[in-house]
Design a protein around this ligand. Sequence first.
Ligand SMILES: [Mg+2]
Length: 230
Amino acid sequence: MKLLLENWRKFITEMEEPITTLRIFDFDETIAHTRSETRVKAPDGTEATLHDQKEFEAYMREAAAEEGITAFDPVDDLIELGYDIDLSDFATVKDPEEITLVTDIMREFPPDSKTFVMTARRGKSLGPILDYLEEIGIDSSQVRPMATQGESKGSAIATMLGQKIMPDGKSNVHRVEYYEDSQKNIDDVLRKVCENPELDDIKPLDFELVINKVINNEGQYNIQQIECNS
Ligand SMILES: [Mg+2]
């Protein structure tokens, strides 16, 4: 949470520049395919290895339902209940395969835009992610890293819209381009940024949210665009 706040603070001071577009990239399975696994041991002794985001989300959703947990991110509550959840693979970038369909877009930095990597990873994951970007030839000094530590990306983006309000009462952000593979996160961003009536007053009339869903079909990637003009 501390890193997230630090990055917001940096974001505010940078708002002196004329920024109209935010480009926000998820990391795992959006910028790179990695071999990160999550190993879980439930209090009843059953063990599971979750190989990807889909398996991770399915396991957490089921366990949360079983335990009556309603938090957006149930991991902390499950740990408290005695689940042993090993996320250590996510402290590094493990066996990455670059998803060039996305990184080719990322490495062009359009004027009047700011580029973010927004990961739900926990802990000290941002250093390895920035190192990896350098490795694949992306100037990491032009990228602002944010770790939501499992918390809602929709809330984080909604907060970013409210950070700089122009004299007409509207946000300086006219366009958000969001690259993401997780349907859970996409649904959350649609709810909290696209359909959120609380943002109606600050959204410029031409506000656009363009969600680029990164889909992996057995190693063949494509992007499905989901638009919101509300
Ligand atoms: Mg992802």
